[in-house]
Ligand binder design. Structure first.
Ligand code: SF4
Length: 464
């Protein structure tokens, strides 16, 4: 039945939506590239798509609900034309269990099996539901795939590690994405060079925990490249070495990275950031809690004191560095004293910005199975509001320091709020808007900051 429906189509169009983190957006680019190479046609128009892919993330419960609602809203498309629904990414495993008996989802594919997606789609077009390939592969890093990137963009993501070995008790990543795998540095450098040649001006190196990047030298790695930097015959490349290599090899490309686990960030990485002007001066350093009791329950492997020491180190070596955070309120057993320790840590650091959430247990994690989600919802909400309000004050405090200063801004596009303004970011990852006069997207300009909100700096072109 399905086979007939699809055999009459001259072209098979696919459409893809990404949910969740930057890693997922980066994975979507890999999937698009694989499908294009295999004869499928990419569309951004849902109405003409025959294959609808939802690339999911399972870090928060909200995404699972969003995906289920989205499927319900899209199911009418199956009646209008031959259409298949596929779930990709971290949620594929749990969705497989919940939907294998429904007509809504035709296939699921886990994050390590995207190379099989063309054959899985073909099987589904023949009416065979394929709810497998959600297990994990110890080696797959997609280093030989050139991800699809939209034209006219100047910033890009590039995954350097996949998975994570840290086993934070609240986190599902080690189970959905598996153990950590680092990608061959040679392929990373080549991809960055390629991006630069295509007109990209900034790349963000991605990984659940970039600081634990580690590559053991092999024949595949061209020693000539790192010999420019390292005189010794280096066999192991760590994250600071990788940053060094990229900064030297692609000197006009801005380099960012995310995310760092405080436990794994080394002084060498901080030194390397300070050494190169093209490595951006911003570190996203999730703390999650200011209480040692809660950090231990979360299995974060650092203490409040070690975290604050790291912040001091960063600020002494790179005084201009901006620092952002993730904080989770209402984790198991968090009492008012623990919450106040988070507040006092925030007051001590005065972050530039941050991402704040309240705890929601994810099935499959240690905290879901072994710890009690015993902080009432209204307390979680109250604490969350307190830290969000505090962060707003700190953001304003940090933003005001820029007023009157000149900032180097890479123009990324028009401001969403006012098309008479350009939008860009400085090295600290702070958004800056300023009135359009001359210049174009992709240019780097010097802007005088004249005002700010808690999230945006407002500037004007520097007089020549
Ligand atoms: S470091 Fe912890 S929170 Fe981050 S991905 Fe790994 S296990 Fe999850």
């Amino acid at each position: 039945m399905n086979e007939k429906k699809f055999s009459i189509l001259k072209k098979i169009f696919f459409y893809i939506e990404s949910y969740g983190c930057q890693m997922n957006i980066s994975d979507t680019e890999i999937v698009i590239s694989i499908l294009l190479k295999n004869g499928f046609f990419f569309t951004e128009n849902l109405k003409i798509a025959n294959i609808i892919l939802l690339n999911s993330c399972s870090i928060r419960n909200k995404v699972e609900i969003t995906i289920k609602n989205r499927l319900q809203r899209l199911k009418y498309l199956k009646k209008e034309k031959p259409t298949l629904f596929g779930i990709l990414g971290c949620l594929s495993n749990s969705m497989k269990k919940k939907f294998s008996n429904s007509d809504l989802i035709d296939f699921t594919i886990g994050p390590d099996f995207y190379k099989k997606i063309p054959s899985i789609i073909r099987l589904s077009m023949e009416g065979k539901k394929t709810f497998h390939n959600t297990f994990l592969d110890k080696k797959e890093t997609y280093s030989n795939i050139d991800p699809f990137r939209k034209k006219n963009k100047i910033t890009s993501f590039l995954s350097i590690t996949r998975g994570c070995d840290n086993m934070c008790t609240f986190c599902i990543v080690p189970f959905t994405r598996g153990r950590e795998k680092s990608r061959d540095p040679y392929s990373i450098i080549k991809e960055c060079e390629n991006l630069y040649q295509k007109g990209f001006k900034e790349v963000t190196l991605l990984g659940q925990n970039v600081d634990s990047y580690l590559w053991f030298g092999s024949d595949g790695f061209k020693k000539t490249i790192y010999k420019k930097i390292y005189t010794e015959n280096k066999k192991i490349i760590d994250f600071s070495n990788l940053l060094d290599l990229l900064a030297v090899e692609i000197p006009f490309m801005r380099i960012r990275f995310s995310t760092s686990n405080p436990h794994d960030m080394s002084p060498k990485v901080i030194e390397t950031i300070s050494k190169h002007s093209n490595i951006c001066k911003h570190i996203h350093l999730p703390v999650q809690s200011g209480s040692n009791k809660i950090l231990k329950l979360m299995n974060r492997k650092y203490t409040r004191e070690k975290y604050l020491f790291l912040i001091k180190k960063i600020r002494s070596i790179i005084p201009e560095c901006s620092i952002s955070h993730d904080i989770m309120t209402g984790f198991c057993n968090e009492d008012e004293k623990d919450h106040q320790q988070t507040i006092s840590l925030m007051n001590e650091v005065k972050y530039n910005y941050g991402y704040m959430f309240s705890y929601s247990p994810r099935p499959g994690t240690y905290s879901y199975k072994k710890l009690k989600d015993n902080v009432p919802e209204f307390i979680k909400k109250k604490r969350l509001k307190e830290i969000i309000d505090l962060q707003k004050n700190h953001s304003i405090f940090q933003m005001k320091k820029y007023i009157g200063k000149i900032q180097e801004v890479l123009i990324e596009g028009e401001s969403k709020k006012n098309n008479q303004y350009w939008y860009g970011r400085n090295t600290q990852n702070i958004v800056i808007v300023f009135p359009k006069k001359t210049y174009k997207i992709g240019e780097t300009v010097f802007i005088k900051i004249i005002d700010c909100t808690s999230a945006t700096l407002i500037g004007k072109e520097q007089e020549k």
